[in-house]
Design a protein around this ligand. Structure first.
Ligand code: ME8
Length: 531
């Protein structure tokens, strides 16, 4: 068998300060859907996720709780991992913790390369720092509010004045190189509107970046041999330097000759939220350019999830735990809702009514009901086997052609992470299929023209098969059940086996139409209505 094309996808790594919320789940689910799509489409996929455990925020929170930062990180990293494994069925290949030993090696190696490139120098930092954002701000990026305190204008988090000896990265010298890179790679980041914000920021000029801290010690130490004689203080890396490096660690850096690094670097996709686009689209490519490493192919920037239009916050008490949603609506309905309800890249708002609306109309009616009615009719009227179709009419051909086109439409949409469009097109075809089924009235044909009834039922079942194949990434359990009912054989190499049944069916089976005469299981309702 020919070697598969590699595909490397990552999520942001979360601060394990507390438990994951539905905003985190949104990111994990969308990355998981992308990873599953690529696996089913024949790529050798490596999917990295994990936790970002260093920094002042972690240290302060741990102190407040009277435990060590490592204890805090360990407790909450397990909570994140548990949600991935037990609640959301995230098919990651490695869950990285930035306290993993190989990650220290990778971070130090990258630092060394940037020193060798002449891009790191010792100086003194003075300026505004937000511990909550783990981010430095210039004076003009902050404002004094009514309470007399100073805040970041962009994120609204409190900032405090910092003055300390620090290593700096010569970010200012990368302005032109970055702009040239963006110009040559117009798809480097998406959606375009968010990429444009990044470009405008870089056009405005870049300051050198403070990349080490001396006032606390919870971080990756700057290699001692590089600081000897230069400073009396102990420096740890600024948390974002080591955090971004996780993408390299995950595939074997600094072993650049390793099979894994050779195969998977540069990453095909970093999937992140809108609040951290500058770190990924400016700092990260500049670090990699400095270190002489290839740049990631794409960064996709998703929007934020709001509760009924309101920002989720602990103080408002509207933070949703992923498990609460999954218990209420079921995992596949949650996954579907998050990707179908709003375009990827834009902010999204959720309400109980909106989730129920999607679950009942799109899933229970348009897909569940169609599958249940048509497949039950086959079981009852065609001896429990896929019927033999007769000659196709123009209507049959038209609807089959629409379903046929869905694979390419989906590929194109997934290529730019437009999950919303892929699902919208799929449900459009399901809408047309429902109309076809209603117009053809196979339940009447049973009495007047059985051969024609068999053709209509075959066409409908074949469209359901195609749709079920394509929605596996979004709703793995339900799609698998549907494919099991249709008797579609599992393709052993298409990824992980699903808890519910036979396992995934690769997209290479898309063109293999249902075999007349093959047995059909009695369908059980797969998408129940939410009462
Ligand atoms: O930023 N809706 O970690 P984090 C959608 N450690 N996405 C959201 C969200 C919401 N309400 N809230 C957070 C960090 N996110 C860094 C990343 S990567 C090298 C280091 C997203 O725990 C957020 O945008 O604050 C980010 O992509 C991810 O969750 C982790 O956020």
């Amino acid at each position: 068998m020919a070697d598969k094309t590699p595909y490397y996808i990552t999520t942001a790594i979360s601060y394990p300060n507390g438990e994951p919320h539905i905003g985190h789940a949104y990111e994990y689910i969308s990355a998981d859907v992308m990873a599953r799509f690529k696996r089913l489409d024949g790529y050798e996929t490596f999917f990295l996720t994990g936790t970002d455990e260093h920094g002042q925020k972690m240290q302060q929170n741990a102190e407040a709780q009277g435990i060590t930062p490592y204890e805090l990180a360990t407790r909450n990293a397990s909570a994140f991992k548990r949600v991935d494994d037990e609640v959301l069925d995230i098919s990651y290949d490695r869950f990285i913790r930035t306290t993993d030993t190989d990650h220290y090696e990778a971070s130090k190696a990258l630092w060394r390369r940037m020193v060798e490139a002449g891009d790191i120098y010792l100086d003194k930092y003075s300026g505004w720092y937000s511990v909550r954002d783990e981010s430095f701000y210039t004076e003009s990026e902050t404002e004094i509010r009514e309470d007399g305190e100073r805040y970041s204008i962009e994120t609204g988090t409190p900032v405090h004045w910092v003055e300390e000896e620090s290593y700096f990265f010569r970010l200012s010298s990368y302005q032109d190189k970055l702009l040239a890179f963006y110009e040559q790679n117009p798809d480097f980041a998406g959606p375009r509107s968010r990429f444009n914000e990044v470009i405008r920021f870089v056009e405005g000029g870049l300051n050198d970046l403070s990349i080490s801290r001396t006032t606390f010690d919870w971080g990756v130490p700057v290699p001692e041999d590089l600081t000897a004689g230069e400073t009396d203080l102990k420096h740890v890396m600024y948390v974002w330097v080591d955090a971004l490096t996780n993408y390299l660690t995950g595939v074997g850096y600094p072993q650049v000759d390793s099979e894994s690094f050779q195969k998977f670097w540069p990453a095909d996709l970093h999937l992140i939220g809108k609040d951290i686009s500058r770190f990924h689209c400016i700092f990260w490519p500049a670090f990699l350019m400095s270190a002489g490493l290839p740049l990631p192919k794409r960064v996709i920037i998703h929007g934020f999830l709001h509760n009924a239009g309101e920002k989720m916050s602990k103080s408002v008490g509207n933070v949703v735990a992923p498990a609460a949603w999954v218990d209420t609506y079921g995992l596949d309905a949650v996954r579907f809702f998050l990707l179908r309800e709003f375009p990827y890249g834009q902010d999204g708002s959720y309400t109980h009514e909106a989730v129920i609306g999607r679950k009942n109309s799109d899933l229970a009616n348009n897909l569940g009901n169609l599958a249940q009615r048509s497949l039950s009719m086959i079981v009852k009227n065609c001896d429990g086997a896929i019927p033999q179709p007769g000659e196709y009419t123009a209507e049959d051909r038209a609807i089959l052609d629409q379903a046929e086109a869905l694979l390419e439409t989906s590929r194109e949409a997934y290529q730019v992470q437009d999950f919303h469009r892929a699902l919208e097109r799929t449900w459009h075809v399901l809408g047309e299929t429902n109309a076809y089924f209603a117009e053809q009235e196979p339940w009447k044909l049973k009495k007047t023209d059985e051969a024609r009834m068999r053709t209509v039922l075959y066409v409908t079942a074949e469209i359901i098969r195609k749709v079920a194949l394509l929605i596996q990434p979004v709703m793995p359990t339900s799609a698998t059940k549907l494919l099991d009912v249709l008797g579609v054989p599992a393709s052993g190499d298409a990824g992980r086996t699903n808890a519910s049944g036979e396992g995934p069916r690769s997209f290479s089976a898309f063109g293999q139409a249902l075999q007349p005469g093959s047995a059909l299981e009695k369908p059980q309702p797969i998408f129940p209505r939410h009462e």
